[in-house]
Write a protein that binds this ligand. Structure first.
Ligand code: GDP
Ligand code: MG
Ligand code: K
Length: 300
């Protein structure tokens, strides 16, 4: 009947998968704006980053969760706890895997985390552009027997194949609900957080030597001055003097380039001219200092 067709649907969707399976790429394609952080290096997405997709009759709120993986240190434990709590709260989980790789130890580890969770789970087989269609069937079969996925949907997040189909299926699983966010809002994160992630992304992209997790960005100050120029003062925190040297670069060249690229993105995000002041600080072993995690923007 007519009324049920007009029901507004809304819900929260968590994207789970090993590093580099394409979670951020998918989110960026769906939201159409650079919110999820992209990097060749694994695990640069530490916090929940929400992207909101609003249509006439639905609102899909995506959460790009940190990868659930075997923790190597205490920050890893913390991230996993955050991710697991998230799984219970959301309306739908997208378990994203790489079509090139098939079922493996990493996937098995994640599936174990699903055991006590009642949230419906889709298997999203990404990167189908990289494999022969025949191989796709055997990859799908290797997953089918492991878990009763509600839907199995192959996509290419990079090229867009089948992404619309996935969105249609997602909508079917969303409960009736209100439009939580204004239609033009794509994220509920404070601008400060996105700004820090943009700076972090540039630093990670431009420096090859550093290891994931060992770099944090703290926004010390962010305020609008006369003429609507936004003044951002940020500190890049690293663990070792050698890393500080890499980030600063010869005659400050690296830091200058990080700042230049980050400023461009921040200006696009805010729609304002930006004056970006970047500092670098060494804080040994910050990853294991749980008390400081919240200062770096981690939340439980
Ligand atoms: P995440 O760690 O899961 O967020 O993965 P990313 O979104 O950062 O993607 C990791 C890498 O895989 C990037 O180099 C992407 O360009 C690439 N990638 C993501 N989706 C696809 C896809 O559908 N096809 C191909 N060929 N590459 C992809
Ligand atoms: Mg990511
Ligand atoms: K990544």
């Amino acid at each position: 009947n007519n009324t049920s067709n007009n029901e507004h649907k809304s819900g929260f969707i968590s994207i789970i998968g090993r590093p580099n399976v394409g979670k951020s790429t998918f989110l960026n394609r769906v939201i159409g704006q650079k919110i999820a952080i992209m990097s060749d290096k694994p695990q640069t997405t530490r916090n929940k980053v929400q992207g909101v997709l609003t249509t006439d009759d639905s609102q899909l709120i995506f959460i790009d969760t940190p990868g659930i993986h075997k923790p190597k240190h205490r920050l890893g434990d913390f991230m996993m706890k955050v991710a697991q709590n998230t799984l219970k709260e959301v309306d739908l989980i997208l378990f994203m895997v790489n079509a090139e790789e098939g079922f493996g130890k990493g996937e098995e580890f994640i599936l174990e985390k699903f055991e006590n969770i009642k949230t419906p789970i889709f298997l999203v087989v990404n990167k189908i552009d990289t494999i022969h269609p025949d191989k796709l069937f055997s990859v799908i079969d290797s997953y089918k027997e492991k878990y009763p996925f509600k839907e199995i949907i192959p996509i290419s997040a990079l090229e867009g194949n089948n992404v619309e189909t996935l969105l249609t299926q997602i909508k079917k699983y969303m409960p009736e609900g209100p439009q939580f966010y204004p239609a033009d809002q794509v994220t509920d994160h404070p601008e400060r957080f996105i700004v820090s992630e943009l700076i972090r992304e540039k630093a990670l992209h431009l420096t090859r030597e550093e290891i994931p997790h060992s770099l944090a960005v703290v926004i010390e100050k962010m305020e609008k001055k006369q003429n609507d120029v936004v003044h951002v003062m940020a500190t890049i925190v690293v663990e070792r003097d050698s890393q500080k040297g890499i980030i600063i670069g010869k005659q400050g060249g690296m830091l200058k380039e990080v700042g230049k690229r980050a400023r461009t993105d921040i200006e696009n995000l805010l729609g304002n001219k930006v004056f970006l002041e970047l500092w670098v600080k060494v804080q040994k072993d910050w990853r294991n200092k749980m008390t400081q995690l919240r200062d770096f923007g981690f939340r439980e």
